[in-house]
Design a protein around this ligand. Structure first.
Ligand code: ADE
Length: 222
């Protein structure tokens, strides 16, 4: 998979992509991630990428031209162009699965007070990572890249994400490691039994219980 991230702040991504699982996925060529500064595409003589809003109002608005030209330069028939915006579709695990099947993602990070409405016309999808407002789309696109890349074949073992929270609309079951007793809290007996059928049953029931308690809305969506 190839991912192009259009941002005015490419340095924000350095730490996230140079550690742990994403770093390994890049090194092993499971994913190619390019940070593209769309300021490089502006035709403004002073390198501007934004301007004041028509009709008045606070802040600056990203102009269409640099982003249009940047997307034009990168887009192929296999590209999915995604705009990060708080008024987009709320991002969920099933969308992460869909995106992990794509060949090429182009993620557009807005910044400042907003972006020219016409930018939406060149996007295939608009995504929000939750009902709160970030200073820009950068942190949102990091979350999307992270959640998609871990689903790419060979990045983590399939077993690790088959049991992820949100698969089958259920939260994950509780897990434990050694020691058997810690500060008076014991590992449930069934997990020590070696009886795989019983363990699977216990885990399913715990997932269901936890989902009912914490996220009953997930069960309504079945
Ligand atoms: N840009 C600003 N806030 C955002 C959010 N919640 N999701 C995606 N992009 C954003």
């Amino acid at each position: 998979m190839k991912i192009d991230i259009l941002t005015l702040f490419p340095d924000m991504f350095q730490g996230v992509f140079s550690e742990s699982i994403i770093k390994r996925a890049i090194e092993e060529k499971k994913v190619e991630i390019n940070l593209v500064n769309f300021r490089d595409f502006t035709k403004d003589p002073h390198n501007k990428v934004d301007d004041t809003p028509y009709g008045g109002g606070a802040g600056m608005v990203l102009a269409p031209q640099p982003i249009f030209d940047c997307v034009k330069a990168l887009r192929t028939e296999e590209s999915k162009v995604i705009l990060l915006t708080p008024d987009g579709e709320v991002y969920k695990q099933n969308r992460a699965y869909n995106l992990s099947k794509e060949k090429h993602l182009i993620l557009i990070c807005g910044h400042y007070e907003g972006f020219d409405e016409r930018i939406r016309s060149i996007c295939d999808l608009e995504l929000s990572i939750g009902d709160y407002v970030l200073t820009g789309g950068e942190v949102a696109s990091m979350a999307i890249v992270d959640s998609v890349v871990r689903l790419l074949p060979g990045v983590i073992t399939e077993e690790s994400h088959i049991n992820d929270s949100f698969n089958n609309n259920l939260l994950d079951y509780p897990t434990y490691t050694k020691p058997r007793v810690y500060e008076g809290m014991e590992v449930p007996e069934v997990l020590l039994s070696g009886d795989h059928k019983k363990i699977a049953e216990y885990r399913y029931n715990e997932s269901l219980k936890r989902t009912k308690e914490r996220r009953p809305d997930l069960l309504d969506n079945q």
